[in-house]
Write a protein that binds this ligand. Structure first.
Ligand code: MN
Length: 284
C-alpha cells in the first residue's frame, strides 16, 4: 500500500495516479496522554490504520495525485539518521571537489559512522527553502527506510523485519566547514516523500534504481546495490547506538552526482518501486 499525507493533514491511499481520502482510518490510532509514547503514532499503529484504510477506500473521495499538496508521510519521527559517504563513487567525487570536501580528508561510513538530521521533515509539496544562498546548497537523493517498531541491537539477518516502509529522501546540504548535523538539519533540508510504500511492496531494498534531475539535467542515477553499508547493516549498526522507534527514518546515503540547486529549480526525483516526486526550491 502507498500511504500519503496530503493537504490539511489528510491521509490518503495512492492508487494509479489518484489519491483516495481515507482520513477516517486515523481513528485506529489510540488516543494518548502526556507523555506520548516515543515515535510516530501512525507508524506505530500502521497495521490497524492500513486495515481500516482498506475498508474506507471504496467510499473515499478521489483526487488527482498531481493536484494535492503532499506532506511528509511520517509526521513525528524521533530522529532522522544520516549515512555519510555510503557510496564509493560519492567518496571519489568528494575528494576531487573542494566545494564538497572543504579541505577535509574524505573517508567512508566505515570511519564516520552515522549522524543525526533534524526530525522535522517536509514533503515534496512543501518544497525546500534555501538558507545561506550565498553558499553552495546541494541535493542528495537517497533511499529512506522508515522503522516500524521499537528496536535495539537488531541482528543483521532480522533487520528488514523492523522496516515499516520506504520513501524517497532528500538529504539537502549546505556545504561548508561546520558539522554535518548542523549543515544538514536546516529547516526544510530533510525531505521525505512522495508517500510511504509499505515494506511488503519492496522485495529487495538493496536493489533499487533511483535518480534525480534538476530541471532537464540528470544529476544522480544509481542503484542501492552500490551501498557500502546496505540496508540491513544500517539498521543493525544504528540500533547498536540508538533505540529505534516507530517512524524513525534512516536516509541510506547518496551516490555520486551531488550538485547545487538555486531558488527556482525543481528537483525531479525517482525511485524504483516507490514513484516520482517533484520538489521545488525557493529562497527562505
Ligand atoms: Mn546524505
Amino acid at each position: 500500500m502507498k500511504l500519503c499525507r496530503f493537504n490539511d493533514d489528510r491521509l490518503g491511499i495512492v492508487e494509479g495516479g489518484e489519491v483516495i481520502d481515507v482520513t477516517g482510518a486515523l481513528d485506529a490510532i489510540p488516543a494518548s496522554r502526556w507523555p506520548r509514547p516515543q515515535g510516530d503514532a501512525l507508524i506505530a499503529n500502521l497495521d490497524a490504520v492500513c486495515e481500516r484504510a482498506r475498508d474506507l477506500a471504496g467510499s473515499g473521495a478521489r483526487f488527482d495525485a498531481d493536484g494535492v499538496l503532499l506532506r511528509s508521510p511520517v509526521a513525528n519521527p524521533t530522529k532522522v539518521i544520516g549515512a555519510p559517504v555510503n557510496y564509493h563513487a560519492h567518496m571519489e567525487e568528494s575528494i576531487k571537489d573542494e566545494g564538497v570536501s572543504f579541505g577535509r580528508d574524505i573517508k567512508t561510513i566505515d570511519e564516520y559512522g552515522l549522524f543525526l538530521k533534524s526530525p522535522v521533515l517536509v514533503g515534496p509539496g512543501e518544497g525546500v527553502a534555501l538558507h545561506f544562498t550565498d553558499r553552495r546548497n546541494d541535493h542528495e537523493i537517497e533511499l529512506a527506510m522508515v522503522i516500524g517498531k521499537t528496536a535495539k541491537n537488531v541482528a543483521y539477518e532480522d533487520a528488514l523485519d523492523h522496516v515499516a516502509g520506504y520513501a524517497i529522501g532528500l538529504d539537502m546540504t549546505v556545504r561548508g566547514t561546520e558539522e554535518r548535523s548542523l549543515r544538514k538539519a536546516i529547516d526544510s533540508y530533510s525531505v521525505l516523500g512522495p508517500w510511504l510504500v509499505t515494506a511488503d511492496e519492496i522485495a529487495d531494498p538493496d536493489k533499487l534504481d533511483f535518480a534525480i534531475h534538476v530541471g532537464d539535467e540528470e544529476r544522480q542515477n544509481s542503484n542501492t546495490d552500490k551501498l557500502i553499508f546496505d540496508c540491513r547493516k544500517l539498521i543493525a549498526y544504528g540500533s547498536s547506538f540508538y533505540t529505534l522507534f516507530p517512524g524513525d527514518v534512516i536516509m541510506t546515503g547518496t551516490p555520486e552526482g551531488v550538485g547545487p540547486v538555486t531558488p527556482g529549480d525543481v528537483m525531479h526525483c525517482y525511485c524504483e518501486g516507490i514513484g516520482r516526486m517533484d520538489v521545488p526550491v525557493r529562497a527562505a
